[in-house]
Design a protein around this ligand. Structure first.
Ligand code: SER
Length: 875
């Protein structure tokens, strides 16, 4: 029986028992407390907790899941996987134990035809009800009902949340699969007794304090691993041989000549499935959260690929295979195929680059630890491997474990925290806003602010409160800076990437210039500004006047942002997702997911598409509707929105539809002109586009034109001949550069030889400390690299005066770094002498300073330090 038939037969069976068939949810759960979807019940969690009432009380699904708790067992057993599909049936206060048990039994024995004699069951120790159902109704012999403790038969989705006792169906794969230990039986870790189906009787919620509280209703949550039931039905010995995984395993085998790579092959086959599905659902490799899990799986797979002797980039090819096997069931894999492959390729390339060096370093560490008969390795090695070579900690730990070495995770985390602290400190200029109590008070006292600014830019209202610092005051005099709360306002408060409005608030007694509007507390708008004439008092009538021209520019930029989003999805693909935006009166900024820089052709295409939509003069409409309707008409869905909520939809023509609370122009032609001014990376697979509209766009075009004129004047060439002239100049410059390079090489080679001859040697290590005359800091690095490749153990320190500044550079060979030498610390230590600062990695670091005349002194001190360090290092 094919897996596809098992899936279908399962869903069909429960459909016949009046279950609604619910599609698999994303691997990114809506529940913010969970990192990944690890069970079928995850999408139903709010229903179990009684927070949402669904239209149905019975459901069944086939859910894609990723669980990494058993990652270290993958490949070693027949059954452990990180990615799997879970077949499940659920009852929300409807049926309970009797039906859940009977149906599970009937499905396995009758629909799947499993031999009754081979099935065992476990129950929770105290669960008499389940015991009786199994014994009296199903007629399972007493000796095949095994009672287990909380650890095995009490299931919970996390440390808090819904949970309950469970009962498992276990299939005996036969004595020949036993580990043959005397106590081998149900619950043994070997491959004989296979847990097939877990029936959870979900009746409790565990609170923060660990207490079990009864849920409002009793529920059923069951889960059966598709790969496991396929293993049984297809009569194979492991999940890796089922039709779900065998084609992938075979593809890996075709890439390797390694005979002994069974475990690595399985690990790759499992991981590449998880990787494919994670990226498909929008997870991008990163150093945090679910992105880190993906990165870890991917890097682990790459390393096992290298163990199999696969030297080229191979994962994208396997992704293709996974897609081929799974696409019939998960059709979105096809839409996203190119995107998934790109992301995987980039990450594999990124890691391959440093993998070899990192592995070399690790093998040196292992050799050293063994020769010194150590059983643990200091955590700073793991840290350097992460920081310099991108080795996830877990990978280092695993590789060390293969050589019976351990490393302390606690110490490693401490080092990570220190580094985070350092980067926090160096990140300056960030301001923090916080909600002051006064805003809560004002809201409680005067109620929410009514926002009328979608339709009006001038509104008469009342001054309800004046806030100065943390306090409410009754009157603000000329010159005072305060915040004003109105009962009704046309001012848009900063939200959803759109800046707050500016303008004036005018009363009979005074005028206040408003320079920002924000919403520091839900539905409260506050206008910040300065009284520029007279005074303002509470409980008086006031006219709020938004700076119209500025608002017009902001709205124009905001509508253009929607058009840009739409155009990007057309030109680059549906995977483009907004990850942030900023809209003000000068420009718009749009951040989105994409895996590589846009080509100039793509940028022009996007720009042209947007402009054509502007010139076509489409109407822009905004309306409030239900989330259900918005989804139906294909509004770009935002993560986290719940069914039942009301949302505002902004439509341009009939092609762009987004959920948005911002202000917009009324017709697309109001945007005037759209011009992209920059495109760049802001992180792994995240891009940023900045663009202009209206006057700003036009001014930009004028400025560019002026620039062209200048270039043409400077080059003394008519504009049409500028490219040829520039080409000519570049070619001749390149020739000169090549000549210079050649001369430099000769010059440097002589120097390296001389340095080595004159080097001091301490503790078998060559120490070269020199002041040099070079043109650029890069030359110091070239020299250091040349030296590094010539000696096995060496520390080098150079100083140079370049363009009036002091530059210090230190480098060391890996063998010395392994012994604890840190070039970054050395240059940091001595950079004070040249009135500067800097640092870097353990093997290469650079500092700059304001006092080139002090270089000699810094080098002298540096040399002493190096010698001291070397004397202390034991070889
Ligand atoms: N939630 C339970 C499990 O994951 C049953 O589906 O095992």
């Amino acid at each position: 029986m094919k897996s596809k038939e098992i899936r279908e037969s399962f869903l069909e069976y429960f459909k016949e028992h009046n279950h609604s068939i619910v599609p698999s949810s994303s691997l990114i759960p809506e529940d913010p407390t969970l990192l990944l979807t690890a069970a079928g019940m995850v999408q139903f969690k709010p229903i179990f907790l009684g927070k949402i009432k669904p239209d149905f009380t019975r459901a069944a699904s086939c859910q894609k899941c990723v669980r990494t708790t058993d990652i270290e067992k993958v490949g070693l057993t027949a059954r452990h996987l990180t990615f799997f599909e879970m077949l499940g049936n659920f009852s929300f206060g409807d049926y309970y134990k009797k039906e859940a048990i009977s149906w599970a039994w009937e499905f396995l024995t009758e629909k799947m035809g499993l031999e009754k004699e081979k099935l065992w069951v476990t129950i929770f120790r105290e669960d008499e009800e389940a015991y009786q159902i199994w014994r009296d109704l199903i007629k399972i012999p007493d000796k095949k009902i095994v009672r287990m403790g909380e650890e095995d038969n009490f299931w919970a989705a996390g440390s808090t949340g819904p949970c309950g006792p469970c009962s498992e169906l276990i299939y005996d794969l036969g004595e020949e699969r036993s580990c043959r230990k005397p106590d081998c039986g149900i619950g043994c870790d070997c491959d004989r007794f296979l847990e097939v189906w877990n029936l959870v009787f979900m009746e409790f919620e565990r609170g923060e304090d660990g207490e079990l509280n009864p849920l409002p209703q009793k529920n059923i949550d069951t889960g059966m691993g598709l790969e496991r039931i396929a293993l049984i039905k297809q009569n194979v010995t492991s999940t890796f041989e089922t039709d779900l995984m065998k084609p992938i395993v075979e593809e890996i085998l075709s890439l390797t000549k390694e005979e002994k790579g069974a475990i690595s092959t399985k690990i790759i086959a499992d991981h590449v499935r998880a990787i494919t599905f994670l990226v498909n659902d929008g997870v991008i490799p990163s150093n945090e959260g679910r992105g880190y899990i993906l990165r870890r799986l991917l890097r682990r797979a790459v390393r096992h690929g290298r163990l199999l002797g696969i030297e080229k980039i191979f994962l994208p090819h396997l992704v293709d295979k996974v897609i081929k096997v799974m696409v019939e069931t998960y059709s979105d894999l096809k839409t996203n195929a190119q995107f998934i492959k790109k992301i995987v390729q980039k990450e594999e390339e990124r890691f391959s680059h440093t993998l070899k060096q990192g592995l070399n370093m690790l093998s040196e560490i292992i050799k050293k630890a063994h020769s010194q008969k150590l059983s643990t390795v200091p955590a700073n090695f793991a840290f350097v491997l992460y920081d310099t070579y991108g080795f996830p900690f877990e990978l280092t730990r695993e590789i060390l474990a293969e050589s019976s070495l351990s490393v302390s995770e606690e110490d490693y985390q401490k080092l990570m925290e220190e580094q985070r602290e350092k980067s926090r400190q160096s990140f300056e200029g960030k301001t923090f806003t916080f909600s002051k109590d006064v805003y809560r008070l004002v809201t409680e006292k005067f109620g929410p602010t009514e926002f009328v600014g979608y339709a009006e830019l001038e509104t008469t209202s009342n001054v309800k409160a004046i806030i100065k610092g943390e306090n409410m005051i009754l009157k603000a005099k000329e010159g005072e800076e305060v915040e004003i709360i109105l009962d009704k306002t046309p001012f848009y408060a900063e939200m959803g990437g759109q800046v707050g409005d500016k303008g004036q608030i005018i009363t009979d007694t005074g005028i206040m210039e408003i320079y920002d509007t924000t919403s520091p507390f839900p539905s409260l708008y506050t206008h910040k500004g300065k009284v520029v004439s007279g005074y303002i008092e509470v409980e008086t009538s006031a006219k709020g006047k938004v700076n119209q021209k500025r608002r017009q520019s902001i709205s124009s930029n905001h509508t253009a942002t929607h058009l840009l989003h739409w155009a990007l999805r057309i030109v680059l693909g549906e995977h483009v997702k907004q990850s942030g935006s900023l809209v003000d009166d000068k420009k718009l900024r749009f951040d989105f997911t994409h895996f590589e820089a846009l080509t100039p052709e793509q940028i022009i295409k996007v720009e042209k598409l947007v402009n054509s939509k502007i010139f076509e003069n489409h109407p822009v409409r905004a309306y409030i509707t239900s989330m259900e309707f918005a989804k139906e008409i294909g509004v770009i869905a935002l993560f986290g929105e719940k069914y039942g909520d009301f949302v505002r939809v902004v439509e341009v023509g009939n092609f762009s539809k987004e959920l948005c609370g911002g202000t917009h122009v009324t017709r697309s032609s109001d945007i005037g002109l759209f011009k992209i001014v920059s495109e760049g990376s802001i992180g792994a697979n995240l891009r940023r586009i900045e663009a202009l509209t209206l006057y700003e766009a036009l001014n930009f075009v004028y400025k560019e034109e002026e620039l062209y004129r200048q270039i043409s004047r400077t080059l003394k060439a008519p504009f049409s001949e500028v490219p040829a002239k520039v080409d000519f100049l570049i070619t001749s410059l390149k020739e000169k550069d090549r000549e210079l390079e050649r001369l430099k090489k000769v010059y440097f080679a002589e120097k390296v030889e001389r340095f080595l001859k004159e080097a001091v040697e301490v503790n078998e290590t060559k120490v070269v400390v020199e002041k040099l005359e070079v043109e650029e800091a890069q030359d110091l690095k070239i020299l250091a690299d040349a030296l590094r490749s010539r000696v096995e153990k060496g520390i080098f320190l150079f100083g140079a005066s370049i363009k009036g500044k002091a530059i210090l550079l230190s480098a060391a060979t890996p063998s010395i770094v392994l012994k604890g030498f840190h070039a970054g610390e050395l240059v940091e230590n001595i950079s004070g002498l040249v009135r500067g600062g800097g640092g870097g990695k353990a093997d290469l670091a650079e500092a700059g300073g304001k006092s080139p005349e002090k270089i000699d002194e810094a080098l002298k001190v540096g040399k002493e330090k190096i010698i001291n360090i070397l004397r202390k290092i034991k070889s």
